[in-house]
Design a protein around this ligand. Sequence first.
Ligand code: SF4
Ligand code: SF4
Ligand code: SF4
Length: 258
Amino acid sequence: MLKPQTKGLLLDTTRCIGCGACALACKERNKLPKTSDDVLKDELSDKTYSVVKQVGPRYVRRMCMHCVTPSCASACPVAALEKSAAGPVIYHESKCMGCRYCMIACPFGIPKYEWEKKAPLVRKCDLCADRLEKGLKTGCATACPTGATSFGDRDALIAEAKERFRANPGRYNEHIYGIEEVGGTSVLIISDGKAEELGYPAGLDGTAPAFLTWRVLNIIPDIVMTSAVLLGGIYWIRNRRDEVEAAEGSHHETPKEH
Ligand code: SF4
Ligand code: SF4
Ligand code: SF4
């Protein structure tokens, strides 16, 4: 059961003007390079953790949903992804062995891989976990000028969404996406359109794909374990080679004069 103090975001497409301030603030907070001249044309990648897309008449954000029971974490054989008590699904890069099961498991296609790097890692939004620890809002919620991205306790955000429905009759399709979908998410979405009109997967029941992932893993444990062991071996060899190179490099350094 999700703790009441768990933090999250409420995304309201009826308030979004497509300014892209959230996506630009995300780049700044994560020290990511510019990847497009038009912020609305950006795509999620290892260099872009959050985008705003024009979908029909609406602007819609895409980012990690910070699932209550994340299938990315469930699929990871080395626990490199973890749902934290505060709400963010965080990534322990030192544990990651690059098998990319998380990318396959995520129902929203969020985790991206650093394909161009020699030692690639998985990249995605971490709900600004370091800012949350300091009592700050996420970078995107701070930058949003219209309240289309709001930060707070998940239960308070649900109450806020219901209040917006009550105060604006006929304005919303009165459904809070993320209360039930995939077993619940810490990022919630409200809109005047249905999920499929926003480009979000519709018809997801309350079963967390994490449980489905485990069922799949249980069916093919030998394949998974063999892959995990092999990849673990490759990872160990890669690290070992780096260690040896580093050690050899230090031997070859010119001794300092005293
Ligand atoms: S949206 Fe995908 S990457 Fe984010 S927590 Fe859920 S399963 Fe993991
Ligand atoms: S790439 Fe593999 S080890 Fe790394 S986080 Fe994804 S599933 Fe876990
Ligand atoms: S929560 Fe932080 S990392 Fe995630 S989209 Fe917003 S600014 Fe980016």
